[in-house]
Design a protein around this ligand. Sequence first.
Ligand code: ATP
Ligand code: ATP
Ligand code: MG
Ligand code: MG
Ligand code: MG
Ligand code: MG
Ligand code: MG
Length: 279
Amino acid sequence: YVKLISIRFEYVKEFEQPDILLPNTWIVVRIDGRGFHKLSDHYEFIKPNDRRALDLMNAAAVEVMKELPDLCIAYGVSDEFSFVFHPTCQLFERRNAKLVTTIVSTFTAHYIYLWSTYFPARPLQPPYLPSFDGRAVIYPSTRILRDYMSWRQVDCHINNLYNTTFWTMVLQGGMSNTDAEQELKGTVSADKNEILFKRFGINYNNEEEIYKKGSVLYRQYELEEPKPSTGDEENAPEGKQSRSQQDKLKKLRRKAQIVVDHIDIIRDDFWERRPWILS
Ligand code: ATP
Ligand code: ATP
Ligand code: MG
Ligand code: MG
Ligand code: MG
Ligand code: MG
Ligand code: MG
């Protein structure tokens, strides 16, 4: 009888839409904090850059990387993180919703779990609870994936230069928010650098790397290439790998230390010295 009932209702399963992401493409899942402008006000994040908040984002992302060995690299800035799956990834049969929701909820769980370590004096309080949205985007080539990563890092730079200048004008220059905003309207990078240097004696280049470059997370399971790439054939990325090679790599990946770095990922150098990240 129960079996019959179940058959009677099973057709509703057909309403579920397939959402398998195109094979052989890079998958980037980008998450972003919901309403973090307000949340950061409530918990009194230091402006423009609260180091504790960034360290907390990075710590949660490290845990996500640990739980999902299929991830090859992640990049974070402000309240966002991009997680990158390799084109060969078969996790959840590449189902969009499964991948995005797993990343978002795993990240959120760790973010909340770790909160008190980074903000011991500011316990989380409803309705100000951190939550994140997420989306998956596929990129058909390594070149385009790298352009995506570059785009996020350029965005980090542009926003940070603006925010650093704005908050210096407000906090050190005693300007009102609207006056600072008004003066910065239409300025280019050189103008902002000059305001910082001439008016406040701040050399933007000396700001901390984590603020200027964001954070890149990757697995450190092979030795980095020496500075000038040797072009050593043995270390060149392999085209195809056998099953046992793949298994070995998977094991290495699981055990590998995850590094949090604040470094240029736009130029080739970063990638050339760590050929295993995208291979
Ligand atoms: P949405 O829900 O649309 O994403 P949002 O308020 O989160 O809205 P974002 O564009 O994502 O807006 O910007 C995040 C905001 O969170 C920043 O503008 C900044 O005010 C704040 N923020 C995030 N991280 C930090 C940090 N480490 N230090 C200080 N402020 C931060
Ligand atoms: P997947 O990651 O594919 O979802 P899963 O192990 O979570 O795998 P589900 O099909 O989602 O498998 O089933 C959830 C399982 O969790 C149930 O089969 C049951 O064993 C257990 N479970 C969930 N809620 C309860 C509960 N309230 N009491 C006892 N067991 C539960
Ligand atoms: Mg958003
Ligand atoms: Mg946000
Ligand atoms: Mg954001
Ligand atoms: Mg389940
Ligand atoms: Mg279930």
